[in-house]
Design a protein around this ligand. Structure first.
Ligand code: NAD
Length: 419
């Protein structure tokens, strides 16, 4: 395996494992920085995705693998692994990559249990390699600004934070009701799948450990018994489809939203793919007749060691898809909707506005996805001039709270941390 010092002199070699939406995003950076990084292998079961990525980077046939297990049985040498597989397939490839002595850029959440997260942390320490989890909010200009304002000392200390994750009904029905993230066993509980970013952000903001937490949540609405009269198991057969805000026909066909995941095979048009999906695929199902078991609303409250109190609310039933954070401090208030930040100084009464509207129009989460890859590769190459990536220790800290919040939700207890 190439050693750390070598990789600072030549492009860092990368194996891409799981070539879906996230990997395609991260590869934009690699494609435009050949002096920094070089893709050497593509691992992806879907032949359309595998070959499209491999063709773009001129990867020879023998380095196009169908599954990470095939790759690790017969690996081509690489400095780092980018792992963007579905959530249930993070632990094994990450451990294998560390075993081979690679640094890992790992999509969130780290793994499906806290014990697996700890094993990854231990394996990384033993191998002396970095595992960085893609907590994209830490690279997002508007969220970095909130952190800067909180840490400036100008507004005193945090008393309470009310943070809302508005999932939005389109994302909710696509990913968490009809789609691949709709079951806890097949994927993860919502709090990990969607809110591990939020909890990481909140822990980052307070820079304090959690003392006690509790959580409540259920799957209340997207259930069979709530199917309205006249509805059918598929939207194409539904007599009230036009009156339903969750219609798959409206989302994919009329509004053309959330269609990036539908690959168009050679010889087919997008319309044909969408029509087939609505007629036969999982995304054509009625939201009240799916196999989903993840919650559709959840709250979590935390008392931190520094005395601050945090409330996190995961809301599926919003038109907006975004986050808002309301921070009450001893000497001022900071209110952010993820785009604009309003700050009020109690002493002067002055109100300042930081407007990220234009920045947020930039692709790839306002450029944060690209900064994340840039930061990770810079750290691998020993270049300290770029922002350091989030460490596995950071993720361990926030993931633990997600797992414990789930324990609280299931057992109806308040969790107290003693260490
Ligand atoms: N950081 C973020 O902001 C963010 C946003 C969205 C998703 N994610 C996370 O990124 C990960 C991937 O999400 P996505 O939206 O790109 O999903 P995706 O379905 O588009 O991509 C996952 C890819 O992995 C492939 N795959 C499945 N099994 C595999 C195997 N055994 N070996 C190799 N490849 C395999 C799939 O075929 C698919 O192409 C998930 O963990 C998800 O939670 C993170």
């Amino acid at each position: 395996m190439t050693e750390f010092s070598d990789s600072s002199r030549k492009p860092t070699s990368i194996v891409a494992i799981g070539v879906g939406n996230r990997m395609r995003t991260y590869m934009h950076y690699v494609a435009s920085h050949p002096e920094v990084a070089r893709l050497v292998a593509v691992v992806e079961p879907d032949s359309i995705r595998r070959n499209a990525m491999a063709d773009q980077f001129d990867i020879p046939e023998k380095y196009r693998y169908k599954d990470y297990r095939d790759y690790f049985k017969n690996p081509v040498e690489a400095d780092v692994a980018f792992i963007c597989t579905p959530e249930r397939e993070h632990f094994e490839p990450c451990m294998e990559a560390l075993r081979l002595g690679m640094h890992v850029l790992l999509e969130k959440p780290v793994a499906q249990t806290y014990e697996q997260c700890r094993l990854i942390d231990r394996a990384a320490k033993k191998a002396g390699k970095m595992v960085s989890v893609c907590h994209v909010l830490r690279y997002h200009p508007a969220f970095i600004k909130v952190k800067e304002l909180v840490s400036s000392g100008k507004y005193g200390r945090i008393m309470t934070i009310t943070h809302t994750e508005d999932v939005g009904i389109d994302r909710m029905t696509h990913s968490y009701v009809r789609g691949a993230m709709n079951t806890e066993a097949g994927n993860n509980p919502m709090l990990l799948a969607k809110c591990c970013h939020d909890i990481d952000f909140l822990v980052w903001l307070t820079d304090s450990n959690c003392k006690r937490l509790s959580s409540f949540g259920n799957r209340v609405w997207f259930r069979r018994e709530n199917a309205p009269e006249g509805s059918a198991t598929r939207c194409v057969n539904c007599s009230i489809e036009k009156e339903c805000p969750y219609s798959a026909i409206d989302l994919y066909w009329r509004r053309r939203q959330w269609i990036n995941n539908f690959d168009v095979p050679a010889g087919m048009t997008l319309d044909q793919v969408l029509s087939k999906e609505l007629d036969e695929g999982v995304f054509g199902r009625c939201v009240y007749h799916c196999d989903n078991d993840v919650v559709d609303s959840q709250v979590m409250t935390m008392q931190m060691e520094d005395g601050s109190l945090i409330t996190l609310c995961m809301d599926a039933f919003t038109r907006r898809d975004g986050r808002s954070t309301d921070i009450k401090m001893t000497h001022g208030e900071i209110v952010s909707d993820g785009v604009k930040i309003f700050v009020t100084d109690f002493l002067t009464g002055k109100r300042e506005v930081y407007d990220f509207t234009e920045v947020c129009k930039q692709p790839f989460h306002a450029g944060a996805d690209i900064k994340l890859v840039e930061g990770f590769l810079a750290a691998v190459r020993g270049d300290a001039s770029t922002e350091l990536p989030t460490t596995i220790a950071d993720s361990l800290r926030s993931h633990r709270l997600c797992f414990e919040a789930e324990r609280s939700r299931h057992t109806g207890t308040t969790i107290t941390f003693t260490e």
